[in-house]
Design a protein around this ligand. Structure first.
Ligand code: 4AD
Length: 472
């Protein structure tokens, strides 16, 4: 049976309305449980709190229990009659408490919960539990317990900050007209050409030794850049934010085998400044949001764990310097020659030399950069239109470049490295409506290290993966 356009339209809008009504009913049915962060600002409410005990103090007249549910750094103080005490009510145990929220007389908290009922949901033997009451464990110590470290103040704060920063990155790009692209985790390309790839194959035995599951060698992605470049050719501004993998045999305090990268690609770029503007803006907006939403969590890091603390005024004052052989890079590279790559010591020197604040370094030697980087054709120096953002305590936070959009130059470079056939699809992007474009990637864990002053990258990711370690 054929329907007229008007009939089709009304059937579609009816479907939409039925779906909306069903959704609303479903949402209304689900009772909203209040979390500690919400309860801390209300009084007179009857409340049911679920969480983990952070401290128990039994006094003659009252029993005091602090309960934390991960929603904020603060715990909710429970005041109860000593009769409600239970030998299983210990540091680390899981509890459910019913009571009335009252204004607290203690200056440390605005409200407390006067308990009517306390139920120990899950016991926790404090002698076996690796974290001890009132002890401030080091980040190195708590790192040994990836399955339990979320229960510490430090890691709880870190995960809340990580969540807010993730949200802030997405909202920055949304507000600025970037389309979010889910770039693949499995890929057949080595974007960076550095050979630091994890190859993937099924775990079951293959029929034939040389038969690949995908018929071609496949890897875990080192960067979503090339896939973003495909999409920037139609969406102009795109970004991705997902896990990336590097088989670097490194246990350094700034390298992981699996890390999260924020990557953006912008079409119709005129110069490297078009990119540094986006990097700087994203860095500032995300940091402002985190400082605003997670002030107490950030303070905890700055007070107790920060190694190098980036003064916020300076963080907002980014410098641009050229990597071309002029001071101060010449002195940073004094032990080596122009044309060498920047080592961690050089990066540290540059940041310090520029007043311990973030620094953009641009125009690297052409030969050091991957095949996709735009040639500046500035002989005899011969530089590439690449840019790195270096920050105190961490070194390289972002790496980016203008991409070679000129077909003949790109083809010549790919021929030189023997990759013309592999990247024929990439050359097609330059054949059909090619535009000047560029982009960058920011290591999300290094970003967290930078704003929190955390020395070791393994302390800013829930489950760190690095050579010789894959716990859980
Ligand atoms: O400089 P990289 O290798 O750049 C790229 O992958 C580009 N394709 C990105 C792009 O232009 N779309 O990596 C970008 C950033 C680095 O600046 C660093 O912050 C982080 O990713 N990074 C790592 N973080 C943790 N562990 C590692 N092993 C990392 N390698 C790079």
């Amino acid at each position: 049976m054929f329907r007229t356009a008007a009939q089709r339209f009304s059937v579609a809008s009816l479907h939409r309305r039925v779906l909306l009504i069903t959704l609303r009913r479903f949402c209304n049915k689900a009772p909203r449980k209040l979390r500690v962060a919400e309860l801390l600002s209300g009084t007179g409410l009857e409340a049911n709190v679920q969480g983990w005990v952070r401290s128990v103090r039994s006094q003659k007249a009252n029993l005091f229990v602090d309960v934390n549910d991960g929603s904020c750094l603060q715990s909710l103080q429970i005041v109860a009659s000593p009769e409600l005490n239970d030998p299983l009510l210990t540091f680390g145990s899981a509890v459910e408490v019913r009571g009335i929220l009252k204004k607290s007389l203690h200056p440390k908290q605005a409200v407390e919960l006067e308990a009517e009922h306390i139920h120990v949901v899950g016991e926790c033997n404090p002698l076996d539990f690796p974290f001890k009451i009132k002890e401030r464990h080091t980040l190195e110590y708590i790192r040994q317990f990836p399955h339990l470290r979320g229960r510490t103040n430090a890691f709880g704060s870190l995960l809340r900050i990580r969540g807010e920063a993730t949200w802030a990155v997405h909202s920055y790009f949304k507000e600025n007209g970037f389309a979010h692209i889910h770039t693949p985790i499995i890929t057949s390309n080595d974007c960076e050409g550095a050979g630091e790839l994890f190859q993937i194959e099924p775990s079951y035995p293959q029929n034939s030794q040389d038969e690949n599951f995908f018929s071609v060698p496949a890897y875990l992605t080192v960067s979503g850049q090339l896939h973003l470049e495909v999409m920037t050719g139609s969406f102009s501004r795109v970004y991705t934010f997902g896990p990336t993998f590097r088989a670097e045999n490194s246990q350094s305090r700034r390298h992981l085998a699996e890390f999260y990268m924020v990557e953006a690609e912008v079409a119709f770029t005129r110069s490297i400044e078009d990119l540094t503007e986006v990097m700087e803006d994203m860095f500032k907006r995300t940091t402002e949001h985190v400082l605003d939403r997670c002030a107490r969590d950030v303070d905890l890091f700055h007070t107790h764990y920060a190694d190098v603390r980036l003064p916020h005024k300076r963080a907002y004052d980014l410098l641009i310097i050229s990597a071309a052989p002029a001071p101060p890079l010449t002195s940073a590279c004094s032990a080596s020659q122009w044309g060498c790559d920047l080592k961690t010591e050089h990066e540290k020197y540059l940041v310090k030399h520029c007043g311990t604040r973030p620094v953009f370094v641009t125009d690297y030697p052409y030969r050091l950069k991957p095949f996709y980087t735009r040639d500046n054709r500035d002989y005899p120096q011969h530089t590439a239109a690449a840019v790195d953002l270096l920050v105190p305590g961490v070194g390289e936070l972002c790496g980016g470049s203008l991409r070679e959009e000129r077909l003949d130059l790109l083809r010549a470079r790919l021929e030189e490295v023997g990759l013309e056939d592999t990247y024929s699809w990439y050359l097609d992007l330059r054949r059909f409506g090619s535009v000047p474009h560029g982009g960058f990637g920011m290591g999300f864990e290094r970003y967290l290290q930078c704003i929190l002053g955390v020395d070791n990258i393994k302390d800013v990711i829930p489950f760190p993966r690095f050579s010789h370690s894959c716990l859980l």
